[in-house]
Design a protein around this ligand. Structure first.
Ligand SMILES: Nc1ncnc2c1ncn2[C@@H]1O[C@H](COP(=O)(O)OP(=O)(O)OP(=O)(O)O)[C@@H](O)[C@H]1O
Ligand SMILES: Cc1ncc(CO)c(N)n1
Length: 271
């Protein structure tokens, strides 16, 4: 069993953040660990308040793990500001873990900001070069590149521009476009397109967190980036399909028990 770590915020309602990540790791047969960067009081409708964990404690959490346990993959989610981002970048550069997947979380589904815009420069200069895979959605890719994205061609240009900032693979997620959700991966040489079927539901809280942690677990388990993304996209589609009617807003994705045992069967049934 591989040990995988998430460095992210806590979503008390259980749909996104650390909670989604740990459930996803577990479903993929990995041992999940967490470094909590912020405690977010949120639910399926709204973000109520954000409490950042003191930088020194986040740094201690990271040390506690790396000084003791081998880590096969790291997913990075919500980092609310410049100071936390600088420290996490410095720690990742120090410990050099494999399979670092960075989800540049900026805004929650209800529209509340989860990242101080002043941290953009640190994200671009220090975090992105550490990413084996960066997974921006369309609005995040627009902020990072400073360019509007309206077409698949624009998604490709954004992926290329972000690759040039230093990420080894860039997956621009198409969930925010109308129509079928197509994600574009750029690996520095070629574009790979991952087409999905749109599931018509409001219950999509945590899709981005689930996708990036599934990619991390898949990489840690030895899959190539192409196979890791393909499998993660299928996992998320299943988790949206099975989403529960919890709360009054965007309900959470629902995770599979022992997905690693179901994956082959699930794949065949969905062909
Ligand atoms: N309604 C849907 N049906 C099928 N797949 C979807 C749907 N919405 C999103 N996806 C897929 O889910 C994954 C996450 O994409 P999305 O663009 O929603 O991320 P995100 O905006 O970062 O999520 P979050 O709001 O949790 O931060 C992508 O692979 C995307 O294609
Ligand atoms: C803690 C946290 N991380 C990420 C997201 C984005 O889905 C969220 N809503 N909450």
């Amino acid at each position: 069993m591989k040990n995988v770590l998430t460095i992210a915020g806590s979503d008390c309602s259980g749909g996104a953040g650390i909670q989604a990540d740990i459930k996803t790791f577990q479903a993929h047969g990995a041992f999940g660990m967490s470094v909590i960067t912020a405690v977010v009081a949120e639910n399926t409708c709204d973000v109520i308040s954000i409490h950042d964990i003191p930088v020194i404690n986040i740094s201690d959490q990271i040390d506690a793990i790396f000084l003791d346990i081998s880590v096969a993959g790291v997913k990075v989610g919500m980092l609310s500001g410049e100071e936390i981002m600088n420290m996490v970048a410095q720690k990742l550069a120090q410990y050099q873990p494999k399979n670092v997947v960075i989800d540049p979380v900026m805004v929650a589904k209800g529209g509340c900001s989860l990242m101080d815009p002043a941290a953009l420069n640190v994200l671009q200069k220090k975090m992105i070069p550490l990413a084996f895979c960066l997974t921006p959605n369309i609005p995040e890719a627009e902020v990072i590149t400073g360019k509007k994205i309206r077409t698949i061609e624009d998604m490709k240009m954004a992926a290329k521009a972000i690759y040039q900032m230093g990420a080894k693979n860039v997956l621009v997620k198409g969930g925010h476009f109308l129509g079928e959700p197509t994600d574009i991966l750029y690996d520095g040489t070629e574009f790979h397109s991952y087409k999905g079927k749109r599931i018509h539901t409001k219950n999509t809280h945590g899709t981005g967190c689930t996708l990036s942690s599934a990619i991390t677990a898949n990489l840690a388990n030895g899959k190539t980036i192409y196979e890791a993304v393909r499998s993660a996209k299928e996992y998320v589609a299943g988790a949206i399909q099975n989403a529960l009617e919890i709360g009054k807003g965007h309900g959470p994705t629902n995770h599979f028990y022992k997905y690693y045992e179901l994956e082959e069967k699930y794949k065949n049934e969905n062909l």
